[in-house]
Design a protein around this ligand. Structure first.
Ligand SMILES: [Zn+2]
Length: 284
């Protein structure tokens, strides 16, 4: 790339960071000489000074938005979502989808609906599926949803030796980090089946352990192809802090929009999993 082109690129960078309304304050041609004196790679883009009386405000950047996420909830011993402090909204539910990633169509279907309701969910994934479809894990992550660890093989970890159970947990941490650049913060054992040994392994990996407190029974063959039954099951068990277990299944994809609408109508909102922390010291 020629030096002129590089300078042009640098100027464009500055321009775009200033925002369109500030076009008139943009560096005029005579300043190009001073720009030229600076090697393009060392060009620092500084914020324009805020003029008194300007109503214009910088839109918050994505990074700034992420920084504002504060811990609000934790998972209690009954695996319900409860506030860390009094005064925080208790009428909330946590949405979770287990056993993926399976198919792009189902994942997009679920996330389209989550987006429509401005909701975030945890997708508890199995390592063997991630290994086959790393692009689907990336898809879930890139669309702003949260990845959880559901073990490598979806076996009953209570029946396994310490070393095998550890492998089942830690190899998922590794493949997820390799694929999306971060390790899961949440763990859910297959079949909700665990013991002290498994709790310890999960703690060693700095994850929050949970099963669920509201099972949609979407996995049960009697509810196959019956979105209405899935909705009914969740509503019948509904309580403040419901930790709702669902799966990546076609009838759950079909049920989700109506389910979320009905939950909203009952006054529930959806917990952002990123606001879930470890159990605070004073509580429980
Ligand atoms: Zn499962």
């Amino acid at each position: 790339m020629s030096k002129k082109l590089l300078l042009f690129a640098a100027a464009c960078l500055i321009l775009s960071s200033c925002g369109q309304k500030q076009d008139q304050t943009v560096v005029p041609t005579e300043n190009n000489t001073s720009l030229e004196a600076t090697a393009p790679e060392t060009v620092t883009v500084t914020e324009p000074p805020v003029e008194a009386g300007t109503e214009e405000q910088e839109p918050p950047s994505q990074a700034a938005e992420e920084e504002t996420i504060t811990p609000l909830y934790h998972i209690n011993k009954a695996y319900r979502v409860v506030p860390n402090e009094e005064g925080t909204e208790t009428k909330v539910v946590l949405l979770t989808f287990d056993d993926g990633p399976k198919e792009q169509e189902m994942i997009d279907g679920l996330i389209d609906t989550l987006d429509k309701h401005k909701a975030k969910a945890i997708f508890f994934v199995n390592g063997y599926r991630v290994e086959t479809h790393p692009e689907l894990l990336k898809l879930i992550h890139d669309r702003g949803q949260i990845i959880g660890n559901h073990s490598w093989d979806h076996i009953d970890l209570k029946k396994e030796s310490e070393s095998e159970a550890r492998k089942q947990v830690e190899e998922v941490q590794a493949i997820v980090e390799e694929t999306i650049g971060e390790r899961p913060r949440f763990f859910r054992p297959p079949f909700g089946s665990g013991n002290d040994q498994l709790h310890q392994i999960v703690e060693d990996n700095d994850m929050i352990y949970m099963t669920w407190s509201n099972g949609s029974l979407d996995w049960d063959s009697k509810n196959k192809n019956k979105p209405e039954a899935v909705i009914q099951n969740v509503l019948e068990q509904l309580h403040a802090g419901s930790n709702i277990l669902m799966h990546e299944l076609p009838w759950t994809v079909e049920a989700l929009d109506s389910l979320l609408t009905q939950l909203e109508e009952k006054g529930y909102s959806f917990v952002d999993p990123r606001t879930i922390s470890e159990v605070p010291e004073q509580s429980e």
